[in-house]
Ligand binder design. Structure first.
Ligand SMILES: C[S@@+](CC[C@H](N)C(=O)[O-])C[C@H]1O[C@@H](n2cnc3c(N)ncnc32)[C@H](O)[C@@H]1O
Length: 286
């Protein structure tokens, strides 16, 4: 059977699937089994398939039962870089690329205003290392410390550092601010995409059943990590630093209340993502 014949067979078989992405995912999975990329699949459409159809079915069934495709292929592209991912880490999201984009702009601005002084950045809850490593690769002069409470997540981040040949990210294990305090790290920029889903919020079966809960839930109202950092930032960020966060699309109001409480004198702003949802918070420490 050729690649194209398999695609047609699957299309016919799955045409009543409720999952709108199924065709794209079928192809991603075939590309993965053929050890090529989705972009190159068209070029090999007349090649004979070189994998066991049973293995493919097994993974396709797992996928159709909710297993995210990224946990099958062990890969997610983030900010133009291919990251290894598995069950131990959150699959990096497109929204988070926008946070990285904004931080890249901030880094350029700060460097310009400060005569290119070398900057230190902290990434709390690094997971796969997506934020820290892509910022590290884009800004080779930046010194980056990235932490996680999960040693299994840190193994994934370490693998990505090696795989992507990133030279300026140091990994630390521990709870929120603690590893930075312990290692006497003081940053110019703090970045955090914390677990921010309220404990009892209902979320998609695909996310809830497969992604690590330690990466998802942020206490009763989802704001636990913001509170902790707002309360203690002075211990790990310099006096004229910047705090950058991703947050849930419906958390702006609650977060703004917290910001006013903890930072009455500071400048802050929220930003929307490409889907016009409030997603990012920046606090300038003056
Ligand atoms: C929403 S995920 C973000 C992962 C990654 N930064 C990204 O943007 O794709 C949150 C991360 O915080 C980590 N985490 C959870 N509790 C933590 C804690 N108390 N201290 C440090 N990291 C924690 C989780 O293991 C997870 O990797």
């Amino acid at each position: 059977m050729t690649v194209n014949e398999l695609i047609q067979k699957l299309e016919y078989y799955l045409k009543n699937s409720n999952n709108v992405n199924y065709l794209a995912d079928i192809k991603i999975l075939i590309a993965f089994f053929m050890k090529t990329s989705l972009a190159k699949l068209y070029a090999i459409q007349n090649d004979k398939i070189n994998f066991k159809i049973n293995d493919y079915w097994q993974q396709l069934t797992a996928y159709r039962n909710g297993k995210p495709i990224q946990y099958i292929t062990n890969y997610q592209n983030f900010y133009g870089y291919d990251f290894y991912v598995d069950y131990n880490v959150l699959i990096p999201r497109y929204e988070t690329e926008e946070l990285v984009d904004n931080i890249n702009i901030l880094i350029d601005e700060i460097s310009l205003n400060n005569g290119n002084k070398s900057l230190t950045l902290i990434d709390i809850g690094t997971g796969s290392g997506a934020i820290a490593i892509s910022l590290g690769l884009e800004n080779p002069d930046l010194t980056i410390y990235a932490s996680d409470i999960s040693s299994e997540a840190l193994k994934v981040a370490k693998r990505n550092i090696k795989q992507l040949n990133c030279k300026n990210v140091t990994l630390l294990e521990g709870d929120i601010l603690e590893p930075f305090i312990k290692n006497n790290v003081k940053a110019d920029i703090l970045v955090c995409n914390p677990p921010y889903i309220p404990k009892d919020q209902s979320i998609s079966h695909r996310v809830k059943n497969y992604e690590p809960h330690v990466a998802l839930f942020g206490d009763v109202d989802g704001l636990y990590f913001y509170r902790e950092i707002f309360q203690n930032w002075q211990k790990i960020v310099k006096k004229d630093g910047i705090l950058c966060f991703e947050h849930g699309y419906d958390q702006k109001k609650a977060l703004e209340k917290l910001v006013k409480e903890y930072f009455p004198q500071q400048e802050y702003y929220f930003k929307k993502d490409i889907n016009k949802k409030w997603r990012m918070l920046f606090i300038n420490i003056l």
